[in-house]
Design a protein around this ligand. Structure first.
Ligand code: URP
Ligand code: ZN
Ligand code: ZN
Length: 490
């Protein structure tokens, strides 16, 4: 007698703390039982497979307009389809304000696009590039209250960066309203200066993008950002850590009790600056910011992940096609400063990491690669961003389930990808392990090699900040009325 709508039968369930043989039962949109001998009106045979939570990718630029007016190659439909093919069932993308734009209008525009196209559940980070009084004092508090509990700011990029003083204004608003502040932290002056020097001497091809973002620009910006966040006791998330020195700054701050979270991305774990060194403009495909670094940085980032200094791995999917709509928008022979930064990654994030952590077993994780994979790509990001119902195979949570064939050998190619970028920086790599059946809130989204989800079936996930966004209560002397002659500023 069948007790459940659906049972995923006979697989090995993977969680952030262990793996065990069990059936997973689903009624409607939720997981309702995990155990042995469960019977469903419909059953999926998962023998020989791993039954894992759908991935949670907390950094993806989708249907986003850049400061220079370029639109990403993907819309919500294509981006979320490619995410699903790679086993990801929740994405966090951006509602991107530019100078002069009204943040509330921006959010409502992005929400409308997502509502029409998204095939997996999603949430927005609010990008603030116009930190005027209306944005900081009125719109942000209202939007955070409505369920957009994370903000993103840039410390570099000419047209969107914010300086130290507005950054402090924003951190204060985030603290008063409980939102996590995510930051693209690089020293703008160093990048701008290096870019000018390189171009003046004729070093203009894509590979010089790497040197134009000096490694120290990351550690410097992290240090300055952490000092600002410490002054206000405001939790922060440092995006896309790329260098050993950057990871060390984070480790030190966390050692001092600062609430500093961080992410890295596959491009910093699997690529190096040498990938940009290709004939002609080809290297533009490997251009992102910060740039991929060196093998020693990769090792340092794996160590930082294993030690918990870096808690999540996102894709930073930023798809710009290799043509006049994207990388070559400034003409067929642009200098590196004229080329859009970013690369696709929603579909390859999980398979690359599964291969490294589970199939090959990175030594830093001492035999617990599966647990680390689940934690870094689903459980921890769901917890940090307070994405309720997401990130684990657990009774009561959404039935977002990726069934992995751990032995499936795949060579990644441009043609096999389902996003609209037209290339992947990981083409030619062979991985073992790929998701073969994906469910989102109990419905099939990937089955028999096809995407069977309906555009618009993804749902917006409203969130409060949760524990990650709570201040620590540790005030510096400058902000503590008992030590600053009574000045109450927080
Ligand atoms: O190069 C990148 N990462 N482009 C996307 C925007 C950003 O900096 O995250
Ligand atoms: Zn960034
Ligand atoms: Zn990004």
């Amino acid at each position: 007698m069948a007790d459940y709508d659906l049972v995923v039968r006979g697989g090995t369930v993977g969680t952030a703390t262990g793996a065990f043989a069990a059936d997973v039962a689903v009624n409607g949109e939720r997981i309702v039982a995990v155990g042995e001998g469960l019977r469903g009106r419909r059953e999926i045979d998962a023998r020989g497979k791993l039954v894992l939570p759908g991935g949670v990718d907390t950094h993806a630029h989708i249907e986003q307009v850049s400061a220079n007016g370029l639109l990403t190659a993907d819309n919500f439909e294509s981006a979320t389809a490619s995410a699903a093919f790679g086993g990801t069932t929740t994405v966090m993308c951006f509602a991107a304000q530019h100078r002069g734009l009204d943040l509330r209008q921006v959010v409502s525009d992005y929400a409308e696009r997502a509502r029409r196209g998204a095939m997996v559940d999603y949430a927005f980070h609010l990008i603030v590039a116009n930190p005027d009084a209306k944005t900081i004092d009125t719109d942000l508090p209202a939007l955070i209250g409505e369920g957009h509990a994370s903000i993103k700011v840039f410390m570099t990029y000419d047209l969107i960066k914010i300086d130290d003083e507005p950054l402090l204004d924003l951190l204060l608003t985030a603290r008063q309203n409980r939102a996590l502040v995510c930051v693209h932290a690089e020293n703008h002056g160093m990048i701008s200066w290096m870019g000018k020097k390189l171009l003046a001497k004729g070093y203009s091809s894509p590979k010089y993008h790497a040197a134009s973002h000096p490694r120290g620009s990351e550690a410097e910006a992290f240090t300055r950002l952490i000092a600002a966040a410490t002054l206000l006791d405001q939790p922060i998330m440092i995006f896309h850590v790329s260098t050993e020195e950057g990871a060390a700054v984070i480790r030190e701050a966390r050692g001092q009790g600062r609430k500093v979270f961080s992410e890295t991305c596959p491009q910093y774990l699997f690529l190096t600056r040498h990938d940009l060194d290709k004939p002609g403009m080809e290297g533009a495909k490997w251009m992102c910011s910060p740039p991929p670094r060196d093998a020693a940085d990769q090792d340092a980032l794996w160590r930082a992940l294993a030690l918990g200094d870096i808690q999540t791995i996102s894709s930073d999917h930023a798809p710009y096609a290799f043509d006049e709509t994207g990388k070559l928008a400034a003409g067929p022979n642009p200098n590196f400063k004229q080329i859009a930064n970013g690369m696709p990654g929603l579909e390859t994030r999980l398979p690359l990491l599964f291969d490294a952590l589970v199939s090959k077993g990175r030594p830093e994780f001492a035999g617990r690669g599966l647990e680390a994979f689940v934690n870094l790509t689903a459980t921890a990001p769901a917890a940090i961003y307070n994405l309720q119902g997401k990130g684990a195979i657990q009774v009561g949570l959404d039935a977002d389930i990726a069934i992995w064939d751990p032995h499936k050998d795949v060579t990644i190619t441009d043609a096999a990808m389902h996003d609209r970028t037209g290339f992947t920086p990981f083409a030619g790599r062979s991985v073992t392990g790929w998701p073969v059946h994906v469910l989102a809130r109990g419905r099939d989204i990937i089955a028999d090699g096809a995407c069977v989800a309906a555009p618009g079936s993804g749902r917006w996930l409203g969130r409060k900040a949760g524990w990650a966004g709570e201040p620590t209560g540790q005030l510096t002397a400058d902000m503590d009325p008992e030590r600053n002659f009574g000045a109450a500023l927080l």
